[in-house]
Design a protein around this ligand. Sequence first.
Ligand code: GDP
Length: 177
Amino acid sequence: YGDYHQKIDYVFKVVLIGDSAVGKTQLLARFARNEFSLDSKATIGVEFQTKTLIIDNKTIKAQIWDTAGQERYRAVTSAYYRGAVGAMLVYDMTKRQSFDHMVRWLEELRGHADQNIVIMLIGNKCDLGSLRAVPMEDAEEVAQRENLFFMETSALESTNVETCFLTILTEIYRIHA
Ligand code: GDP
């Protein structure tokens, strides 16, 4: 309730997408509440979480949407993408398949979302470096080709989580403000 009295200048909707179990929910929990859980989906069903932050002296409310498991049934609906100005495309850097599926997620995004949507590719679980299955260069190549931002993160160790959300929100602000 800390931001109850705050004047909000902008509300930006950002969606999390990517295969099941890549860490979308934990990235959101880390960013919004600074929490992490090793139990997958201990709590389920929360549609989005908000976090208010200041960029360029403006108060920005980030509304971050989680699929809440819909992706398991390939049932991410167009309502999910509606109004989104940013997307975090998450893969698990220890699971090659989750990276190879990026093509599909990008297609889905380009089919459903706004043309100007800012996209960030995220290789999560970088704390498990010894199990790396996706070289950084592969991700950088895709990011460059598809015009995406790219970062490796760890929701577990908090690595780059704040930075990647700040980066995408700053770019969104630059485009929409
Ligand atoms: P989602 O299905 O994409 O939302 O994935 P979850 O957030 O539920 O995470 C799936 C599993 O991976 C859970 O057991 C998490 O605890 C674990 N996990 C998520 N992020 C990380 C991370 O950065 N490092 C490690 N080692 N495990 C993680």
